[in-house]
Design a protein around this ligand. Structure first.
Ligand SMILES: [Fe+2]
Ligand SMILES: [Fe+2]
Length: 215
């Protein structure tokens, strides 16, 4: 009898992943995994995600947690993140692995977090996984994290204010499309490569937006 009681009380799996304690503990871990700037960015994303979740009726506790966790693997170099993708058996596009391994930090973070903290809800893990390239079927929580990543208070680029001003006025999907437009155009303007999956996501959502405005 003692056996299961002890397990219930003391295994880390029993921690409520949406509690303040779990949030604070992971935030503490994060401060040791990434530099100061990145840490402050993650705090900003978490706070902004909470505001967006409130504005759009998404789960606030999940938004807070996904926001603080989204750049969990951002402290790794190209080589380290490549190795990590292999170690965690993350299913990745070989072209991406070869040419832009850094963008894999969302996917490796999701795999690592799911392994270390199985109590973290699957939709939180998914939002972490999708925060870099997006997906063709973004959930509200996925979009909240994607947008929060781009408009947290530490972000400063032409166009950021337009997105901030649209919070609560535009739909969450419109906000996501506006954000993606900024992200992709800034990559192109800086002559950077674009993740092939993101091009598909863009095409999918812009098609939906066009259809919606046709009515
Ligand atoms: Fe990131
Ligand atoms: Fe980020």
């Amino acid at each position: 009898m003692m056996g299961w009681q002890e397990k219930d009380l003391f295994t880390p799996d029993d921690a409520d992943a949406l509690s303040d304690e779990f949030f604070r503990a992971r935030k503490d871990d994060l401060s040791r995994r990434v530099g100061k700037r990145r840490f402050r960015h993650s705090e900003g994303v978490s706070d902004t995600a909470v505001q967006l979740a409130r504005a759009y009726g998404a789960d606030v506790a999940k938004a807070r947690l996904a926001g603080i966790l989204h750049d969990w693997d951002k402290g790794y170099s190209d080589e380290e993140v490549t190795q990590r993708a292999r170690d965690l058996a993350v299913d990745v596009d070989p072209y991406v692995l070869e040419s832009m391994p850094k963008v894999l930090h969302g996917k490796t973070a999701a795999a690592a977090l799911a392994r270390s903290y199985p109590q973290v809800p699957a939709d939180v893990i998914q939002a972490v996984s999708r925060h870099t390239e997006g997906a063709c079927d973004m959930t509200d929580l996925d979009m909240v994290i994607y947008v929060a990543d781009a408009i947290e208070p530490g972000r400063d680029y032409p166009g950021v204010q337009e997105i901030r001003d649209a919070v609560g006025r535009a739909s969450l999907e419109q906000l996501f499309v506006m954000t993606m437009r900024e992200v992709l155009s800034s990559l192109v303007l800086r002559s950077n490569r674009v993740h092939p999956a993101s091009v598909n996501v863009w095409n999918r959502y812009i098609e939906r937006a066009r259809r919606a405005s046709a009515y």
